[in-house]
Design a protein around this ligand. Structure first.
Ligand code: URA
Length: 218
């Protein structure tokens, strides 16, 4: 099974959105051996026309973000949660995210990147459910040997110019990871262990305290 066979394999999945006016599926694009995978939301009008992800206005800004840390799109892999343009660029629906999940999961297996960059809240929801993008953008998390570096969706900067600087600043964190500096990468498991340890210690203290009281009573 190869990346190029995926559109054919998941042809039936694309039918619902094609029926709403999209012209074709937009598969992932880029280096099949990429170490970094960027995951957006769903294609827009330009992507629908060219069958290539992130080639419209948001894609142009993504190119600038990549260039800001010395990357070219040919070096990375870029894909979307949903592979067909939703009507009027509306948000993807839960049923659509679910329907396209096997396609994305298969891409992930084939590319097997070291670093995932969820772009925006929909991709964030897949990789780090329960996290809020406004809290964790620009931050990196390690889970089961993979690193997840969270970014706002580049389209956000098209509507709100001040977000350009925020996103350019966030990219510096990704550069650090690519330079093998993992000092800012958070391992949620470690934090959980820390909390468990603290709870155990306080339980022990409590127990000892009780024992002492029993001792006093004797
Ligand atoms: N927005 C996305 O999420 N993906 C694209 O491919 C283009 C715009």
């Amino acid at each position: 099974m190869s990346l190029s066979s995926l559109p054919e394999k998941y042809k039936s999945v694309t039918l619902d959105l094609l029926a709403t006016g999209a012209t074709q599926a937009v598969p992932g694009w880029g280096n099949p051996n990429a170490e970094i995978m960027f995951i957006g939301e769903a294609p827009g009008a330009v992507e629908d026309k060219l069958a290539k992800p992130f080639v419209g206005p948001a894609g142009k800004f993504l190119d600038q973000l990549l260039a800001s840390i010395g990357l070219k799109r040919e070096e990375v892999y870029i894909t979307n949660m949903v592979k067909v343009r939703p009507p009027g660029n509306r948000d993807p629906e839960e049923s659509e995210l679910e329907a396209y999940k096997p396609w994305l999961d298969e891409e992930i297996q084939m590319i097997n990147p070291k670093v995932f960059v969820p772009l925006g809240r929909f991709a964030l929801g897949k990789f780090l459910p329960g996290q809020s993008i406004s809290k964790v953008h620009g931050q990196a998390f390690k889970r089961e040997g993979k690193i997840y570096f969270v970014m706002y969706h580049p389209a956000v900067a098209l509507y709100n110019g001040s977000m350009r600087q925020v996103m350019l600043a966030d990219m510096k964190g990704l550069k650090k990871i690519l330079d093998n500096d993992l000092s800012d990468v958070q391992e949620p498991g470690e934090k959980v262990n820390e909390i468990k340890e603290m709870m155990e210690k306080s339980k022990e203290k409590e127990k000892n305290g009780k024992n002492e009281q029993v001792g006093f009573g004797i």
